[in-house]
Design a protein around this ligand. Structure first.
Ligand code: ZN
Length: 472
């Protein structure tokens, strides 16, 4: 994943990739790199955090923009699950751990590959609460992007490269994050802005509080010399930011966002509450975070040229429901994040631009699935083997996943399908899900037994010789 991120870093190649990506309807998103990290961990006997439940992180990050380095401090509050456990692992990327303590008393620790293993002073009782403090530093080569030439920095993909945490998707916690920045930058982060205070040495501290527990892969922030425009959508305050584009251009790029947020809120059966910020940053293939999304300046310019190129904006906005609040329990069920975001983006395009725009997306997914089958690369949507996901593995999750949702929509009809989507989203809002949760919700909404449909389309791969999708 590091290689992929570095490759993407070359701006010309990147914008070519972006154009191809959008043309092909392959919508990218956050979880790619955290995916790589977490899936590597999942193949080991125990993932970091398996024997604890994290409640809350209080973190302070002090980046040095010019030096492309950071110092950090995090207090991690957690409950112990396993009686007598004494050693606990946390994901720590390539960070150097400086000190670990509990109640101001130093604890012994060991940095092992991408983790820090911490030993408590004594074996812990199941159900006991702890808060350990970890001081660290690093010069992340990815995960936190430094662009001193444009006074910009932002997180992308791998949270454990800038915050010691548990990066498994089922581990939800609240976050209190302070980031110190050079004076005069504008910054956005997860949740509510609690304070912005002047420090000595021409520096400022931004502090945000994320009150709804979220998986750590959607933690993040962006800071730069941003121009800003905004709007509202029902209960949501909308912010649009960019270093290069001016406010009137930002209003054009994100002109459909208020409608989009209403649309997804209706489909989910839950309105968006709070602030949703969209930031156009120097480079990224697109990442959803809690309460904000990062897309690239290059993509913003594409939307200026072609206002119908809304698919990535819609994909990232859809993740605010499907991905952030209804989250795959592990990466084996990742299609519940990505297939959903792709499908919902197409449903929005249909609502906004008509049936042809939807059909175009569906045809793209179908072509990609045909190609997977021809090359023998198709596999089940539930896929436990994410040790090193290939482009084909991602196509299964992103595009076949979306295509299967389209087939299910055709199978059940509008009323039962969307009723099921609403029931599923509302029932699991703020929780982790597996595919069986989705199947049960759709069965209840339709009064149908969907075991056969899920066995064929979700739990196994069709072989190339079989006829392709039944067109109903
Ligand atoms: Zn995505």
């Amino acid at each position: 994943m590091r290689d992929a991120v570095n490759q993407v870093g070359q701006s010309r190649a990147r914008s070519r990739l972006l154009r191809r990506t959008i043309a092909a309807g392959v919508l990218a998103c956050a979880a790619f790199a955290s995916l790589a990290a977490a899936t590597k961990a999942s193949s080991e006997v125990a993932r970091a955090g398996a024997d604890i439940d994290v409640l809350h992180y209080t973190a302070r990050i002090e980046p040095d923009l010019a030096a492309k380095s950071l110092r950090g401090h995090v207090a991690i509050r957690f409950i112990v699950r396993t009686q007598g456990a004494q050693r606990f692992d946390f994901d720590a990327g390539d960070l150097d751990i400086v000190a670990v303590s509990e109640d101001k008393k130093p604890l012994s620790f060991e940095k092992l590959d991408k983790r820090v293993s911490v030993r408590l002073a004594a074996p812990a009782a199941a159900g006991s609460r702890h808060e350990i403090e970890i001081a660290y530093r690093g010069a992340p080569r990815f995960g936190l992007e430094f662009h001193p030439d444009r006074s910009e920095l932002y997180t992308v993909f791998s949270t454990s490269q800038w915050l010691v945490c548990i990066d498994a998707p089922q581990e939800r916690a609240t976050l209190d994050l302070t980031v110190t920045l050079p004076e005069g930058l504008k910054a956005v982060g997860n949740g509510r802005l609690m304070s912005k205070s002047a420090l000595g040495g021409r520096r400022e501290a931004y502090r945000w509080r994320q009150d709804a527990a979220m998986p750590s892969y959607v933690y993040g922030f962006a800071a730069g010399r941003y121009n800003e425009a905004g709007g509202t959508s029902e209960n949501a305050a909308l912010r649009y930011l960019s270093s290069d584009l001016q406010a009137p251009q930002l209003r054009r790029v994100f002109a459909d966002t208020p409608d989009m947020m209403r649309f997804f809120g209706r489909r989910a059966g839950i309105r968006y509450n709070g602030t949703y910020s969209q930031v156009l940053v120097a480079k990224t293939i697109g990442q959803e975070l809690a309460g904000l999304s990062l897309m690239s300046e290059a993509y913003g310019r594409e939307v200026l040229d072609d206002p119908s190129a809304q698919a990535l904006i819609a994909h990232e906005a859809a993740h605010q429901w499907w991905g952030n609040y209804v989250t795959c329990r592990d990466w084996g069920h990742f299609w519940l994040n990505e297939g959903f975001a792709n499908f919902m983006a197409a449903a929005y395009l249909q609502h906004r631009f008509g049936d042809e725009a939807y059909r175009k997306q569906v045809d793209g997914w179908k072509r990609r699935l045909d190609k997977l089958r021809e090359s023998g690369k198709d596999h089940a949507l539930i896929y436990e083997h994410w040790t090193k996901p290939s482009a084909d593995d991602r196509a299964v999750v992103y595009q076949k996943g979306a295509y299967v949702l389209h087939l299910l929509r055709e199978e059940l009809g509008e009323r039962a399908f969307w009723g099921g989507i609403r029931a599923y989203t509302r029932a699991h809002y703020g929780h982790s899900v597996v595919t069986a949760d989705f199947r049960r919700a759709m069965e209840r909404a339709s009064g149908r037994d969907l075991r056969e449909f899920f066995a064929r389309w979700v739990e196994s791969a069709e072989v190339a010789a079989k006829p392709a999708a039944p067109a109903k």
